[in-house]
Design a protein around this ligand. Structure first.
Ligand code: SIN
Length: 487
């Protein structure tokens, strides 16, 4: 299949190292597959450890001059990168839909979301402040902030653009260089971003993209190389734990944005229509494949039946189809394996007594489509309560009291995002403060943007991305003591 773009320079299939496009040393390539059709849409260079090492060396050579530039010089290049991303929004969205499956509307939205991080951090980089400490009469302490160093970034397939810019923009804005390994399922969006960074005038070696299927080889180099000072990762909790262990030997800083198990709690006093709408948006965004998708709908008994009825009506109007086609409301899941894993969780819930109210199986045909699914008669012993589903499956649990809802919400090792619906102000404060999550949406599930600190607690990770806090993850604090000032 040939991919037609308005700007053909965005279709890149080689690794991007030191400002150059290059094949894998082995000459090998790997296939990028459209999950809506099962067709191969591109062959991409299958780079590994040696190419990663070269990328780190390029970053090492490029970083000193970049770090020495005034913030406004770095910001101007990032602003240009942002403008180019937005000018090429339609092409970037098309590439994303082809390799990831989400609908064109969702991809178009993600490109803008991704670009917003570039603009935000270009602006924020001019506002990095330090402190002067005046504790003793004859000396002063000065606190300055400096770039952490070369950053290794490993990004997921579910947001092939925005999860890259949310890391690369703050890193570059403060003066770091980056070596990025994007997910092997979605390399084209990452490579197109690199091409636009080059066109924006970003000097060679600052943003390197190593594409490849040998994650242990690429990740192994990024986590063990002493020149890499920080590793930032978005992905599953088991892989995050492994990377943290690997980073321990060289005591690297890490930022981990890991798995979630988000509850949406709907209290009897909620605005029912708003709660149904919020739960739908959150559950089925990207066909259920976001870390902050609601995983468990937890609904109070007085409103339960009405909620299930309205929620089911809306789900029955969804049209899961090829994201490039008009009328598709949702796309496929990423791979056949993902589809089978989702189905195994549904089958296991059904074997334990769950009722399938809608969907319940793969759609069949070409592509990796899973029917939008609703389960009732579910309980906390089931995999759909304990594990991240990462697919379009909504188990709806029932609770009696506020305390029970809080306990259910917290009954998980994860702590990324949680949501609840209530019109009672006292309850809103009580519950928001009692649930152990890094982000809480009250009467709202669309909580993401560049201005908010995105991140989790417990086994959902550490560090924050976006917002003014997102810069801190790429800065070291240095204390300088100046003595003898009364001489
Ligand atoms: C994610 O799934 O990790 C990102 C979702 C978002 O940024 O809203």
């Amino acid at each position: 299949m040939s991919i037609q773009l308005n700007n053909p320079s965005l279709l890149q299939t080689q690794a991007f190292i030191d400002g150059q496009w290059c094949d894998a040393d082995s000459g090998k390539t790997f296939a990028v597959v459209n999950p809506a059709t099962g067709e191969t849409i591109a062959q991409v260079a299958d780079a590994g450890q040696a190419e990663t090492l070269r990328a780190i060396e390029a970053a090492k050579a490029a970083m000193p001059a970049w770090k020495a530039e005034p913030a406004k010089v770095r910001a101007a290049i990032l602003e240009k990168w942002h403008d180019l991303v937005m000018a090429n929004q339609a092409d970037l969205a098309k590439l994303m839909t082809l390799e990831q499956g989400k609908t064109l509307a969702e991809s178009t939205g993600e490109v803008a979301y991704g670009a917003s991080f570039i603009k935000w951090f270009a602006e924020e980089s001019k506002r990095i402040y330090g402190d002067v400490l005046q504790g003793t009469p004859d000396r002063r302490g000065i606190v300055i902030k400096q770039p952490v160093g070369i950053v290794g970034a490993i990004t997921p397939w579910n947001f092939p653009n925005a999860m890259i810019t949310r890391k690369a923009a703050p890193a570059l804005a403060v003066g770091c260089a980056m070596v990025l390994k994007p997910a092997a399922e979605t390399p084209l969006s990452a490579l197109a971003l690199a091409e636009l960074a080059k066109q924006a005038g970003l000097p060679a070696g600052l943003f390197n993209v190593v594409v490849g299927t040998d994650a242990p080889a690429i990740g192994g180099e990024l986590t063990s190389n002493p020149d890499v000072k920080k590793v930032t990762f978005t992905g599953s909790t088991p892989v995050g734990k492994l990377l943290m262990k690997q980073c321990a030997d060289t005591v690297k800083r890490t930022s981990m944005e890991l798995g979630g198990n988000a509850p949406v709690i709907v209290f009897d006093d909620a605005d029912l229509d708003a709660a149904v709408q919020g739960a739908l948006v959150s559950k089925y965004r990207n066909s259920g494949q976001t870390c902050i998708c609601s995983n468990r709908l937890i609904v109070q008994e007085g409103i339960y039946d009405a909620f299930v009825e309205k929620f089911t009506q809306a789900v029955n109007n969804f049209n899961f189809g090829n994201g490039l086609e008009d009328g598709s409301t949702h796309g496929p899941v990423i791979t056949e394996k993902a589809m089978n894993d989702i189905h195994a969780k549904v089958e296991s819930a059904v074997a334990q007594g769950a009722t399938v109210v809608a969907g319940g199986k793969p759609k069949g045909g070409n592509g990796y489509f899973y029917e939008p699914t609703i389960l009732t008669n579910v309980d906390s012993s089931m995999r759909v309560f304990r594990e991240e589903i990462f697919g379009p499956v909504a188990p709806i649990f029932k609770f009696k009291t506020e305390q029970e809802a809080i306990e259910m919400a917290n009954d998980t090792e994860f702590g990324l995002a949680a949501y609840f619906y209530s019109e009672n102000l006292s309850r809103i404060w009580r519950v928001a403060e009692s649930i152990d999550y890094g982000m809480v949406g009250v009467n709202e599930t669309a909580i993401s943007s560049e201005i908010i600190p995105f991140g989790g607690v417990k086994e959902s990770g550490q560090g924050r991305e976006g917002s003014k806090y997102g810069l801190d993850d790429y800065l070291e604090v240095k204390y300088i003591c100046i003595g003898g000032i009364n001489k």
